[in-house]
Design a protein around this ligand. Structure first.
Ligand SMILES: Cc1cc2nc3c(=O)[nH]c(=O)nc-3n(C[C@H](O)[C@H](O)[C@H](O)COP(=O)(O)OP(=O)(O)OC[C@H]3O[C@@H](n4cnc5c(N)ncnc54)[C@H](O)[C@@H]3O)c2cc1C
Length: 601
């Protein structure tokens, strides 16, 4: 079992050689940072993740939280890790110095959080949700709400949750029923039920701040009638100190296949006692607020999926170097020593696929984090706007591609271990179970596909798509070695076919054809678009690696860059061609699934 969570050499390559993260340093917001401070914080995250988080990953999976004597019982190591994360300042890592933050770029914070998720996704869930909930209050809350809740959330005294889903309304938030009734005291009375709320009850902190979607009585129907409320477990005084219990209570803990360390809860609001909620921003704008935060949350899910995939890859790579089994087909002497399984081409296939998926997913999500940095801090306003458009377009891909291929990587890690992979004595089956959540939450991948093909592609007269193609063009032209040029050519040809098919789908959609027919194969489109985007990520890495290889001075460095080039080759030879089927199905607007009848099953 390895304790490597994410290969530091790879992370440095992606951050500094591919993304040029140092170019952020001259920006005002990061002026007090330099490469040493970035590296120091990454080093702290890696070390803390290994020492405080990874050490109880398996224990928390085996001994999941229980509800006993009116309390949620959790392993004490979870609180120790949560406190260490908070005390190191990671919850507020991105925030202004005035808020106690470190003003770190998203690129660096995303990398740091990658270590915690790779080490222990269940425990990492609590601080990550707290950052997300605090972000909503920081951006959309009023001054009093910010002063009351933020200091306690950012220091880890309180945690936060995101309470959207209801038993009858998951993908379709338009249909939520939780209600909010205004009172003369300025607060609202919340009534309803939520389900699957992560971290909805725990024994880590004094208070929990739920960010709840609800409909104010008389609100418009559908998503236009949804508002956002702060609902604390304990009501608070003006300084935010917890006072009496609020009427939100645990209706039950949900038992899951993975991510077991994070409590999954059914919550009831206003059943046993009045439940006070405080409106955030304007009435009926709640889903808009949530969606403004979604880009980052969805990027976080994609990132998590990529690094859990990465973790399984690291485990199986080490195992494959140690495990002796069989001989090469060309070795006829049964007395010759057995070889480590990494010597078998089929095992290398499984390792290369994992490398291509997890390093490709990591590259994609780090690129997304860089877009967040550019959107927030690029000195040129036009570049800020463009980064926002690219981020918006790519969000469904950044959420869905790693969450599809991260579990695939984990599946291959199990296969590399053989029988051992299927047992609970080895860590890779837990990676797969944990990662299997990622295609489901934060909008299922089916919903991401509809978002991409039904909305994002056409937004702003497809300006985002044009920007993406310009970005790709830069790297297509930067391919100088023969290998990279071959890959650039196949990417460019696939891209042209994808553009054609996009135009024909656009014509059908705009021409008033039945949108059900066009969107029926949205998942194929997401696969096509995702594979093209990740192929681009591999070309970017290959271009840098090919150049660096020319001047690499040690064997270690040459091995590293050759590994990058071979993984790029794997992606271009084995993966990109799989989109041919998507192109055919999309071009023909294949109606097999659309026309299947429920009664025919
Ligand atoms: C472990 C875990 C943690 C979670 N944490 C939270 C949390 O903290 N806060 C929170 O609010 N929620 C949370 N969720 C809920 C999660 O976001 C939902 O499960 C998810 O949005 C899907 O909703 P659903 O489960 O109701 O599935 P459904 O919406 O019933 O979907 C079932 C299937 O139908 C498909 N489908 C649905 N509608 C369409 C459509 N229009 N077109 C095509 N296909 C469609 C879906 O893609 C899916 O395959 C969590 C869930 C889990 C399992």
């Amino acid at each position: 079992m390895t304790d490597t969570l994410i290969d530091r050499r790879d992370l440095a390559f992606q951050l500094y050689e591919v993304l040029d993260t140092e170019s952020l340093i001259p920006r005002d917001r990061f002026s007090e940072h330099n490469k040493d401070t970035f590296d120091a914080v990454i080093e702290t995250a890696d070390k803390m993740a290994r020492e405080e988080f990874a050490t109880h990953n398996s224990a928390a999976d085996k001994d999941e939280p229980r509800f006993e004597d009116g309390q949620v019982k959790m392993l004490p190591q979870v609180k120790k890790a949560f406190d260490a994360y908070s005390e190191a300042g990671f919850i507020a890592g991105r925030y202004d110095y005035e808020l106690g933050g470190m003003q770190l770029p998203e690129s660096v914070m995303a990398a740091c959080n990658g270590f915690f998720t790779a080490a222990n996704p269940g425990t990492a869930g609590y601080p990550f949700l707290t950052t997300a909930a605090a972000n909503l209050i920081r951006i959309f809350g009023n001054g009093q709400q910010q002063a009351t809740f933020l200091p306690h959330m950012l220091t880890g005294r309180f945690t936060g949750t995101m309470a959207l889903t209801e038993p009858h309304a998951g993908s379709s938030l338009a249909d939520i029923r939780t209600s909010a009734t205004p009172t003369e005291d300025g607060h609202y009375l919340i009534k309803g039920a939520k389900i699957y709320i992560s971290g909805g009850e725990q024994s880590l902190t004094e208070n929990i701040v739920h960010m709840v979607l609800a409909k104010i009585k008389g609100a418009p129907a559908g998503v236009k009638g949804i508002s956002l409320f702060i609902v604390p477990k304990f009501r608070v005084d003006a300084e935010g100190n917890p006072e009496e219990r609020n009427g939100v209570s645990l209706a039950g803990l949900i038992h899951k296949m993975g991510y077991r360390g994070t409590t999954s809860t059914a919550l009831s609001f206003g059943d046993d006692a009045p439940c006070h909620g405080y409106l955030v921003g304007e009435p009926h704008q709640g889903l808009k607020y949530m969606f403004q935060m979604m880009n980052e949350a969805r990027l976080g899910v994609g990132f998590g999926a990529a690094v859990i995939g990465y973790r399984g890859y690291m485990h199986s790579l080490e195992y494959a170097k140690d495990r002796l089994q069989g001989r090469k087909p060309s070795e006829k002497n049964p007395d010759s020593p057995q070889v480590p399984i990494i010597e078998h081409a089929d095992v290398r296939r499984m390792l290369l696929a994992q490398k291509a998926y997890s390093e490709g997913g990591l590259a994609l999500c780090l690129y997304g984090a860089r877009l967040v940095d550019d959107q927030n801090t690029h000195p040129d306003e036009q570049k800020r706007v463009e980064a926002g458009k690219l981020l918006d377009l790519l969000t469904p891909v950044m959420k869905a591609w790693p969450s599809e291929y991260g579990p695939k990587a984990n599946d291959l890690a199990i296969q590399v271990y053989g029988g051992a992979g299927y047992t609970r004595e080895y860590p890779v089956e837990q990676c797969w179970r944990d990662n299997r959540l990622n295609p489901i939450h934060e909008g299922t991948n089916g919903i991401q596909a509809l978002d991409l093909l039904g909305r994002k592609i056409w937004q702003d007269q497809s300006h985002g798509l044009q920007l993406l193609m310009q970005e790709m063009q830069v790297d297509l032209e930067a391919a100088t070695t023969e290998r990279c040029q071959q890959w650039a050519l196949s990417l460019s040809e696939t891209l042209q076919q994808a553009v054609k098919v996009t135009q024909s789908l656009g014509k059908s959609l705009m021409g008033g054809n039945n949108p059900d027919a066009v969107l029926a194969n949205a998942s194929c489109y997401l696969h096509l678009f995702g594979h093209i985007t990740v192929a681009w990520m591999w070309l970017r890495q290959a271009n840098v690696a090919a150049k660096a290889l020319e001047s690499a001075s040690s064997n270690e460095e040459r091995n590293f860059y050759n590994g990058k080039l071979q993984a790029a080759q794997y992606f271009f030879h084995w993966e990109l061609p799989t989109v041919a089927q998507d192109l055919v199905l999309l071009r023909n607007q294949d109606d097999t699934c659309l026309n299947m009848q429920a009664d025919w099953f």
